[in-house]
Design a protein around this ligand. Structure first.
Ligand code: GDP
Ligand code: MN
Length: 408
């Protein structure tokens, strides 16, 4: 699960990371009010920021033609105009893909005077099986680009999960970023807070980009998290009801939400062969083998170890609502499940959905012969696969033939 910038900042603030004062708004009038409060509180400028689950907003373009999802304003009226230009509009950035994202909320925040922008993040180093802290003087930009063009500009600090992030590591990173004097201690505190946020929230990524060196009215320097991004480990969300409440369904793919209601683990992809598989490992192997034989999977779908007929029917419905799907490959290993029960579920689901696409089924394990018998006796044109390879090849061929017919 991903969070919006304003939500990530709320959590970071709870762990002592300084963030600009601000308010999230859903209407231009609310944005005007929020900006008015910030101006009367002493801020010389405010920033209006489109809240979407994607970065690159500053350089993004709205489908309306309006440029930029991050705008600095000097009056409350200007803030209202900017919010009106963003709310209800679709913002396209480097990270959203051409379809863009609908902006439902804007963050209205105090906009300080930025002197320098840094990058910092905590994520999991999968090679070392440890958390890693990454920091760079090249903040505010696309970090993937920095990693590609100037990898020496990214400093990394590996963290022992048992000991946690130690104060000396924070100071070391601060010095590596070229910070001096009191700023070293404040950066180390912020880095500690960033790590604590990552650890205690069970996040997979917490990123501050940019972390800014700002100048106050008398020139005094301090550090402030200007933008934040946070992704959580879904398997640990049950431990964080406060974070789960931040879930933004409008940002999630509708088919994936529907699948979640039936405890199905579904991820939409862009190929033409839908897969319905029990077990995540088998589902991945199925996608691989489809690809191996020249096809493209339309989805990842794990119906779990003990799928019910209701779940199989829901799975068919979800698979079939993707217009790219030209054929379905069912790959079931009956370990916990009985193949005859699955077969009955497939038949019922295929009939209920008036399936008109090629359906290839490979059943193996408990009661497999009985399962195949049910499929054969169903009166449906189900293609049976003897092995995974056989089923995958039959699926690829069936989809190719369907494509050829369409072209004629
Ligand atoms: P992103 O484009 O989605 O990553 O959004 P950011 O919040 O990172 O904003 C992009 C850029 O806009 C930042 O790198 C800053 O240069 C600038 N920016 C954002 N907020 C402020 C602000 O409060 N004050 C100033 N001066 N610039 C800002
Ligand atoms: Mn950013």
């Amino acid at each position: 699960m991903n969070l919006q910038e304003y939500q990530a900042k709320q959590l970071l603030a709870q762990y002592g990371v300084p963030v600009p004062a601000g308010e999230v708004c859903a209407t231009p009038a609310a944005a005007k009010d929020a900006a008015g409060k910030l101006f009367s509180g002493g801020h010389a400028r405010v920033v209006i920021k489109a809240q979407i689950h994607a970065g690159g907003r500053g350089k993004g373009t709205f489908k309306s033609g309006f440029q930029g999802g991050v705008k600095i304003c000097r009056t409350a009226d200007e803030a209202m105009k900017m919010a009106a230009a963003m709310l209800g509009q679709v913002l396209v950035t480097k990270q959203t893909g051409p379809e863009g994202r609908l902006v439902g909320k804007v963050l209205v925040a105090g906009a300080p005077n930025i002197k320098k922008e840094f990058y910092c993040a905590v994520l999991l180093d999968r090679a070392l099986s440890r958390p890693v802290f990454m920091a760079s003087t090249e903040g505010g930009m696309d970090i993937e680009q920095v990693a590609c063009d100037q990898p020496e500009k990214i400093v990394k600090e590996s963290i022992n999960p048992a000991a946690g992030f130690l104060p000396f590591q924070g100071r070391k990173l601060a010095v590596a970023l070229g910070l001096k004097g009191d700023l070293i201690a404040s950066a180390a505190r912020i880095f500690g807070g960033l790590y604590k946020t990552w650890w205690e929230c069970d996040a997979s990524l917490v990123e501050i980009n940019p972390l800014c060196l700002i100048a106050g009215p008398e020139g005094q320097e301090s550090l402030l998290a200007i933008d934040a991004k946070m992704s959580l480990d879904d398997n640990a969300l049950y431990r964080h009801p406060n974070i789960l409440a931040m879930r933004d369904l409008a940002e999630e793919a509708p088919l994936e939400i529907e699948a979640g209601k039936f405890n199905l683990n579904y991820i939409k992809l862009d190929g033409s062969i839908a897969c319905l598989v029990n077990g995540a490992g088998l589902a991945m192997a199925t996608m691989d083998i489809i690809q191996h034989f020249g096809g493209k999977p339309a989805n990842f779908l794990d119906v779990g170890g003990g799928a019910s007929q209701e779940q199989v029917t829901a799975a068919f419905r979800i698979i079939l609502s993707d217009p790219n799907v030209k054929g379905i490959l069912v790959n079931i290993f009956g370990g916990i499940m009985q193949c005859d029960i699955i077969a009955a579920g497939i038949v019922a689901a295929a009939k209920e959905s008036r399936l008109g696409l090629p359906l290839i089924v490979r059943l193996e394990g408990n009661n497999a012969p009985l399962g195949r018998e049910i499929l054969r006796g169903s009166g449906l044109a189900i293609i049976s696969g003897d092995s995974m390879a056989d089923a995958a090849q039959k699926a690829v061929r069936a989809v190719e033939c369907a494509g050829a017919e369409e072209r004629v």
